[in-house]
Each structure stands twice: as C-alpha cells, then as structure tokens.
Design a protein around this ligand. Structure first.
Ligand SMILES: [Mg+2]
Ligand SMILES: [Zn+2]
Length: 194
C-alpha cells in the first residue's frame, strides 16, 4: 500500500455519480459523475489513500433489470475513464454485491462482507484508520459496525439519510455537502493527526 496508509471506501451511486431511479445505472451511457467528485477523488489519490468503491447493485440479480456482470464491468470502465479524463483520478479497486435484499447475503451493505473481502485482498487495510463516504444509512451503519469513520454526503439520498439517522446511534462522524467536500474533510482530519 502507498502513502498515508488510509483507505477510503467509496459508495458509488448518489456519492460519486448521479443516482437514478430503478432500473438505476444499467448502461455506461447513463453514468454521470457528480460535479467535483472526480477532483475529490484525485485529492485522495494524491494523499496516498487506497480508494475502494463498495457498491450494492441488486440489479445484477434482478431479472427485470438489464444489468449483468458484463454491463456492470462496462459501467465501471466508463467510471474509471470519466474520473481519469476529468481529474487524472483513479480508484484502486471495486467491490460489488449483486444480490437482492431478500437474498439476505453477507455482502449487501449494511452487511460487512465487501469490506472484509477488501481487507482480505489488501491485508494492510486498517479499519480504524479508514473512512467510508456514502449517501445512505447502509454505508453509515456498515462503517459503525466495523469501526470505520463515516462521512455522509448530501448528494443522492443524503438529506433523507441524515433525517433518518439523527438522534440514533448511527449518527455519521462527518456530514458534508458532496464528495469533493468529503475529500477535503478527510485531508483535514489526516493533517491534524500528523
Ligand atoms: Mg449510494
Ligand atoms: Zn451480496
């Protein structure tokens, strides 16, 4: 692992790209990066963070949704292309749960399976020195379960999520306007520690 030894687990839909109603982002052309998100990612890259996308894509297992692993990979490729073109930014890896909620799998957020898979692949990941950035309670609850610092963005479902989590034990550690602001916040928190 490089640099800071910090890992940032990044939600995709509603955090990095514009959230779409069902059937979601089921083709590369539908992917639209939220303004500033690519620049924010580049800030994390420059900090030496490991940047890992963690995403629920129940559409893959839903026969009514034109999404399969091949299409998901194409969307991921387009994602990498767009953030690289815009800001020279990159993600180090992508972990995806394809299951529907009813499958009760261990990897659909807020379950912790995807994060554990990431840690297995990159053993130097230290949850206590990591961040989760996301727009839904699933992201925040997973972070609380693993002892990962949580950053809630106000894009996507962020405002609804804040309302749901306020006055609960799952209050996020940081609340920011968008992914760019999340990256600035992470850099700030990090600099304070050094
Ligand atoms: Mg999301
Ligand atoms: Zn799953």
């Amino acid at each position: 692992m490089t640099g800071s030894g910090i890992t940032v687990f990044i939600d995709r839909d509603g955090t990095m790209n514009v959230n779409l109603p069902f059937p979601n982002v089921n083709s590369p052309e539908k992917l639209e990066i939220i303004p500033g998100a690519a620049k924010g990612l580049r800030i994390l890259n420059d900090l030496g963070c490991l940047a890992i996308v963690v995403t629920n894509q129940a559409g893959i297992d839903n026969p009514e949704n034109e999404l399969d692993w091949g299409t998901f990979e194409k969307v991921s490729e387009r994602f990498r292309q767009l953030v690289m073109d815009e800001a020279g930014a990159w993600v180090d890896d992508v972990f995806c749960c394809p299951h529907e909620k009813t499958a009760l799998c261990g990897c659909r957020k807020p379950e912790t399976g995807l994060y554990m898979m990431a840690k297995e692949k990159y053993p130097s990941i230290d949850f206590a020195r990591s961040f989760i950035v996301g727009d839904r309670e699933d992201d925040i609850i997973a972070g609380k379960r693993l002892g990962i610092k949580t950053v809630l963005v106000m894009t996507g479902h962020g405002e609804d999520t804040l309302e749901k989590l306020t006055d609960t034990e799952f209050m996020p550690d940081y609340i920011v306007s968008d992914f760019y602001a999340a990256a600035i916040k992470i850099r700030e928190v990090q600099n304070d520690k050094m």
